[in-house]
Design a binder for this molecule. Structure first.
Ligand SMILES: NC(=O)c1ccc[n+]([C@@H]2O[C@H](COP(=O)([O-])OP(=O)(O)OC[C@H]3O[C@@H](n4cnc5c(N)ncnc54)[C@H](OP(=O)(O)O)[C@@H]3O)[C@@H](O)[C@H]2O)c1
Length: 285
């Protein structure tokens, strides 16, 4: 099996490539991975450079498309890379008769969910116009990097934990290794044109998750609920003053979540560990 993996340098991508057997070509946009398995080769390219994509997909059976802009100060970047970049890659893949295009989307798809969410929604629309796709929508992926460690650090330091809104927004922490294994398993299946949502075993409200983490850390913390409207207004003002990230993050957090999977993720041998086990693994590493 010959793979092209985009976003292999990223948080999820680095885990995915550990589980792939066969020839793995990684579309490398900035830095090369230094510590990687032997079956990996780098291919210099960029989602906005059609020529590099045409070359990268040559002779490939399966594309695992993880690359995306997940944080940016410039809202336009989300659209240029996540939507148009995906369209570029789909066009190259179709020309090269790639047998399977695994698109990594998100469960946070909401027209009011900020630029990232909208760009991923539009990317899915592009995917569905093409051939041989499978869409995987991970929920809140945690591991040795990212949001969980930041939240844990905050809870450790602060006796008060502010939460935007009523704290009832859905979260479903899912361990990065479980997501990576499911993505890898989907590359070996024959079924196409299916959507899968990869949630963790627990579907929680944001305040419940915060309480779980505090209990796990054996810390007594008080949650303060901050009304949504003034936060959004503040975020909008900050965005006008040149800090678009805050509005983007608030909207993303409050966005609608596709928590129901259209198809059964067990088809991808998806058997996620619970949050407590995951917390133990992450915090002991
Ligand atoms: N993490 C989560 O909780 C989560 C949840 C749901 C869905 N997802 C989705 O899962 C995928 C991977 O997420 P992640 O958390 O691993 O993201 P990440 O750590 O931000 O990695 C994104 C990757 O995309 C690459 N990339 C960015 N712009 C590119 C371009 N123009 N051309 C080629 N490559 C480019 C980056 O390369 P450089 O590092 O070299 O810039 C990086 O390797 C994304 O599609 C994301 O939307 C993530």
């Amino acid at each position: 099996m010959r793979y092209l993996v985009t976003g292999a340098n990223g948080f999820i991508g680095r885990e995915v490539i550990k589980h792939l057997r066969g020839e793995v070509r990684c579309l490398t946009h900035k830095e090369f991975l230094t510590d990687h398995p032997k079956n990996i080769v780098h291919f210099k390219g960029n989602l906005s450079d059609r020529q590099s994509l045409d070359q990268a997909v040559e002779g490939v059976d399966v594309i695992i498309h993880l690359a995306a802009i997940t944080r940016s100060k410039n809202k336009q970047d989300y659209f240029l890379i996540n939507t148009l970049g995906t369209k570029n890659l789909l066009e190259s893949a179709e020309k090269a008769h790639v047998k399977r295009f695994i698109h990594i989307s998100t469960w946070a798809l909401d027209p009011r969910g900020g630029a990232y969410s909208v760009s991923k929604l539009k990317a899915e629309e592009e995917v569905r116009k093409h051939k041989n796709w499978v869409i995987i929508r991970p929920a809140d992926v945690y591991g040795d990097q990212g949001w969980l460690k930041t939240l844990v650090k905050f809870i450790e330091k602060s006796p008060l934990v502010p939460i935007i809104g009523d704290g009832k927004q859905l979260v479903s922490p899912v361990f990065v290794e479980d997501v990576a294994k499911a993505i890898s398993a989907s590359s070996l299946k024959k079924t196409l044109y299916k959507n899968y949502t990869l949630c963790g075993p627990e579907l929680l409200k944001f305040d419940e998750m915060t309480k779980k983490i505090s209990q796990f850390l054996k810390l007594k913390r008080r949650i303060i609920y901050v009304p949504k409207r003034p936060v959004i207004l503040f975020a909008k003002l900050m965005s006008l003053a040149g800090f678009p990230n805050i509005e983007e993050m608030v909207r993303r957090q409050l966005s609608f979540k596709y928590y129901k999977s259209e198809n059964n993720p067990k088809e991808l041998s998806f058997n996620p560990i619970n949050f407590e086990k995951g917390l133990t693994r992450v915090l002991s590493s």
